[in-house]
Design a protein around this ligand. Structure first.
Ligand SMILES: CC(C)(COP(=O)(O)OP(=O)(O)OC[C@H]1O[C@@H](n2cnc3c(N)ncnc32)[C@H](O)[C@@H]1OP(=O)(O)O)[C@@H](O)C(=O)NCCC(=O)NCCS
Length: 148
């Protein structure tokens, strides 16, 4: 079992996070999006695996609700259960600060993320039509919720 660590994202991590984001997403967050998130006080974490950065996530908390805004596991480390462990840790962390519900949005075309979220107890509660930019026109968002 690898040793996992959870390190708050700081300015010095942004080059690495942005490089991973550009590799993992067809429509990646910009550096400005991450800077704005940090400035807004969102929770932002690097997941380390045996001391090496393996993933990252951004979570927004509003009163007793938490929203997963972004999550990624570096390509060579995907499919080993890290996404699930990370998401469960983010959920426990949100619960410990008083959140009662965890929300997220995901593209219906993102099969790996949909499967991860379902395995972590998220259920679909609705759709936002044309929420995301897509390769050809817009793509809906699946809105999912998990009680904490
Ligand atoms: C989505 C993501 C975070 C999953 O991380 P991961 O570490 O690979 O996921 P895990 O190994 O914990 O797998 C969790 C579940 O998802 C499934 N899964 C993982 N990769 C998959 C793939 N490529 N296709 C289908 N299912 C997949 C696993 O099979 C597992 O389900 P199971 O327990 O039923 O087998 C990762 O693939 C990723 O970073 N993707 C690119 C960024 C992204 O799409 N982020 C989410 C939207 S913001």
């Amino acid at each position: 079992m690898p040793a996992l660590g959870f390190v708050p994202i700081g300015e010095a991590d942004l080059d690495w996070v942005c490089a991973q984001e550009a590799e993992l997403h067809a429509h990646p967050w910009t550096r400005g999006n991450f800077v704005d998130s940090l400035a807004s006080g969102h929770d932002a974490w690097v997941l380390t695996c045996d001391g090496e950065p393996a993933g990252y996530a951004v979570v927004m908390h509003i009163l007793d609700e938490s929203h997963l805004l972004d999550i990624g596991i570096v390509a060579p480390m995907q499919g080993r259960g890290l996404g699930r462990l990370f998401l469960d840790w983010l959920a426990a962390s949100a619960r410990s600060r008083g959140s009662e519900t965890f929300f997220l949005e995901v593209r219906p075309s993102n099969a790996s993320a949909l499967r991860l979220y379902a395995r972590c107890g998220f259920i679909e509660i609705g759709r936002r039509r044309g929420y995301y930019p897509g390769r050809a026109g817009r793509e809906d968002a699946v809105v999912m919720r998990r009680a904490l």
